[in-house]
Design a protein around this ligand. Structure first.
Ligand code: G3P
Ligand code: CA
Length: 252
């Protein structure tokens, strides 16, 4: 079952908390991950990018301004500079002093939970940097609990060469009528896209399933969109409001 790495046994659609539980704590920080790990969701989604000294850190935007007290690009800063930033005060006073986690710190915490992680590799990753991430996952004993995903074609192709067996998902903003050749070419286990993209190509879901691939949707935060993609047969939902989605799934 290609969904072995994705599905919670006995359940249908899985839920992933987007950047942790960003509806209740600053995104991509340990407080947001703690909430996600304490919830009923199956996966925690997070974004990874590299500092100038090639340390993988959890951060979404290209630049620091929106969610920290720093300025400029993450990729221009050393890991020591990144570690000095406040990534919580923008969200609420009680989170002042919250730091940007490294991927290593996130994995250290994930090991002591029963959750899996959807780790998005932001932008373009070299073979060496990908090897370091795969090694880090192995060192933490998390190979069966982490799925990598990316929008970057270069990153996906490099990953296929560096670690062809490692489960990965291709993020796309639109779906072709038949996405199977694309999924095959990149050797992914699933595609992830928007509800709008799936609604525009409803046959794509059947085609992917018949060929053994999954399809999941990001980032859906309303009951209407949850109902819509469930009807369309998607395998998983990434949401900013995981506890609301949990309650909705339980009630429907
Ligand atoms: O998991 C997919 C989703 O997170 C992609 O969009 O911009 O939130 O990383 P973004
Ligand atoms: Ca993401």
């Amino acid at each position: 079952d290609v969904f072995g790495a994705l599905r919670t046994p006995g359940e249908g659609a899985f839920i992933a908390g987007h950047r942790g539980d960003r509806s209740a704590a600053p995104e991509n920080t340990m407080p947001a991950f703690e909430l996600a790990l304490a919830s009923d969701m199956d996966f925690v989604e997070t974004d990874v990018q590299l500092t100038s000294d090639h340390v993988p850190v959890l951060f979404h935007d290209v630049t620091l301004e929106r969610t920290t007290n720093g300025r400029g690009k993450v990729s221009d800063k050393t890991s020591a500079q990144i570690k000095k930033l406040d990534a919580g005060r923008w969200y609420a006073r009680e989170y002042a002093g919250t730091r940007i986690p490294t991927l290593d710190e996130f994995f250290t915490r994930l090991v002591d939970s029963d959750k899996k992680a959807l780790v998005e590799l932001k932008f373009s990753w070299s073979d060496d940097d990908l090897r370091n991430v795969i090694d880090l996952i192995g060192q933490h004993g998390l190979s069966s609990r982490v799925v990598l995903q990316s929008f970057s074609i270069e990153t996906l192709l490099n990953l296929q060469r560096v670690s062809p067996q490692f489960p990965r998902i291709m993020l796309v903003r639109e779906l072709p009528a038949n996405p199977v050749p694309m999924a095959e070419r990149f050797g992914v286990i699933a595609l992830a896209t928007t509800a709008k993209a799936v609604a525009a190509q409803p046959d794509a879901v059947t085609r992917l399933h018949e060929a053994g691939f999954g399809i999941i949707c990001y980032t859906l935060n309303t009951e209407d969109t949850w109902a819509e993609v469930r009807q369309l047969g998607v395998d998983g939902i990434i949401t900013d409001t995981p506890s609301d989605l949990d309650s909705w799934l339980a009630a429907t």
